[in-house]
Ligand binder design. Structure first.
Ligand code: KG4
Ligand code: ZN
Length: 401
């Protein structure tokens, strides 16, 4: 089955077309087309994602990237199409709030034959609601003119499946053999949670952040240090510079760095639960900076390094507690923060040394941050269970459970 998937939950506009095959844990996918436009450069000036700007950009980008994805998949067949007045009226109504999208849509659709796809999958949540709505409205209009069934996808399920999908060769992905129960640590700009899968794609809640998400903490601390959005990769870059100098040893006297004169808290690390808190860690960085008369480039690196260590410590402690409690056999790390080199290193080492029987699954870099391939993966599982939706709304707080 061919799935066209659309992702607009945050600041990436993405469309992918996948050929999907096989049953549940033996599914195989070929990426036929994959187009993505990142809005990062635009949001940088605001130090974070500006929702109304994200919405406007999605509306501007969707038609052009649909064309690119279809062309790449060799499914773009230019041909004059008749659209009835009734369909036109419906489309105008669905796209009424998406500035400029209806005009671009009519222009494109009246020149393009319905492609040979079986279904359209779109992120329904969680995410920024104004941004989610653009993708959903666009998917609904495509489903209407092309007469295709529609699937509402949970973005976080996409992140889990992205970690389980392994590239076999070229554009072909395969779901790796999974031993249940599976524990997933989901870490992104809006989420920090631990969920358990005892049965395939059925979830139980294990823990979550009580305040900021971990990606949000990375972004906010980066902003305090005068680093651009998104902060995660920037903090990681500075912290890795210190590590590469061998600074991991506190007594290091390499002549370049000075030893750390401060430590940051590891919030809730000893508490008897699997919940997280990152607001206090962020505030600790703020107080530390206030005490410094001037902040040198070296100071910034030290803060980035200690902040990243604190985050990795807390994430690992809570995850290992959850592994003990659930006896999980597979551990998945998913979401944008899973791209972090240090967090990956800590988890790989700890799993190898302390839980060698647990299989660790981390997404490939291109599938770790938001993309439409993961939405197609999740969409395929909905299709296998015949979970089609005709009418649904954007849900910024959509839960897995
Ligand atoms: O999953 P994602 O692309 O979007 C959401 O669904 O939120 O995650 C974005 C988050 C941002 O907060 C970004 O700073 C963080 O992922 N991130 C990283 C890294 N790459 C992206 N955080 C730490 N280290 C990274 N290398
Ligand atoms: Zn995400």
């Amino acid at each position: 089955m061919k799935i066209l998937a659309i992702e607009t939950s945050c600041d990436e506009t993405a469309i992918a077309i996948l050929e999907c095959d096989g049953s549940e844990q033996h599914a195989k996918f070929t990426v036929l087309g994959n187009a993505l436009i990142s809005q990062i450069e635009l949001h940088k000036q605001y130090g974070g994602v500006f929702p109304s700007l994200a919405k406007r950009e999605h509306a501007k980008n969707l038609v052009p990237i649909l064309e690119v994805a279809l062309e790449e998949a060799k499914l773009l067949h230019k041909d004059r199409q008749m659209i009835s007045e009734e369909t036109r009226a419906k489309i105008s109504e669905i796209l009424a709030r998406e500035s400029g999208l209806a005009e671009a849509f009519f222009e494109f659709i009246s020149e393009c034959k319905a492609p040979e796809i079986d279904t359209i999958a779109v992120t329904a949540g969680p995410g920024l609601e104004p941004a989610l709505w653009v993708g959903i409205s666009f998917a609904k209009t495509l489903a209407l003119v092309w007469n295709k069934p529609l699937i509402a996808v949970n973005h976080m399920e996409g992140h889990i499946l992205a970690a389980l999908a392994q590239e076999t060769q070229g554009d072909t992905l395969k779901i790796q053999e999974v031993t249940l129960p599976l524990l997933a640590l989901l870490i992104s700009g809006g989420h920090t949670e631990l969920v358990l899968m005892k049965k395939w794609l059925e979830y139980e809640f294990i823990g979550e952040t009580r305040d900021d998400a971990v990606g949000e903490a990375f972004d906010k601390v980066a902003r305090m240090l005068g680093l651009p959005y998104p902060g995660g990769p920037e903090i990681s870059r500075l912290a890795e510079e210190i590590r590469s100098l061998g600074f991991v040893k506190p007594s290091s006297d390499d002549g370049f760095t000075k030893p750390l004169t401060f430590t940051l808290p590891r919030p809730m690390i000893r508490e008897d639960n699997c919940d997280f808190s990152f607001a206090g860690l962020k505030t600790a960085v703020l107080y530390l900076l206030k005490k410094m008369p001037n902040v040198s480039e070296d100071d910034k690196k030290h803060i980035a390094y200690e902040f990243e260590n604190a985050v990795a410590d807390v994430l690992w402690h809570k995850t290992s507690r959850a592994l003990e409690e659930t006896c999980a056999k597979t551990l998945v790390i998913g979401g944008g923060v899973s791209a972090n080199t240090h967090i990956q290193r800590v988890f790989k080492e700890k799993i190898q040394n302390e839980y060698p029987e647990v299989a660790l699954r981390i997404p490939e870099f291109a599938l770790s941050t938001d993309n439409a391939v993961m939405i197609a993966l999740a969409g395929y599982y909905c299709a296998l269970r015949a979970e089609y939706s005709i009418d649904f709304k954007a849900n910024g707080n959509l839960h897995l459970i």
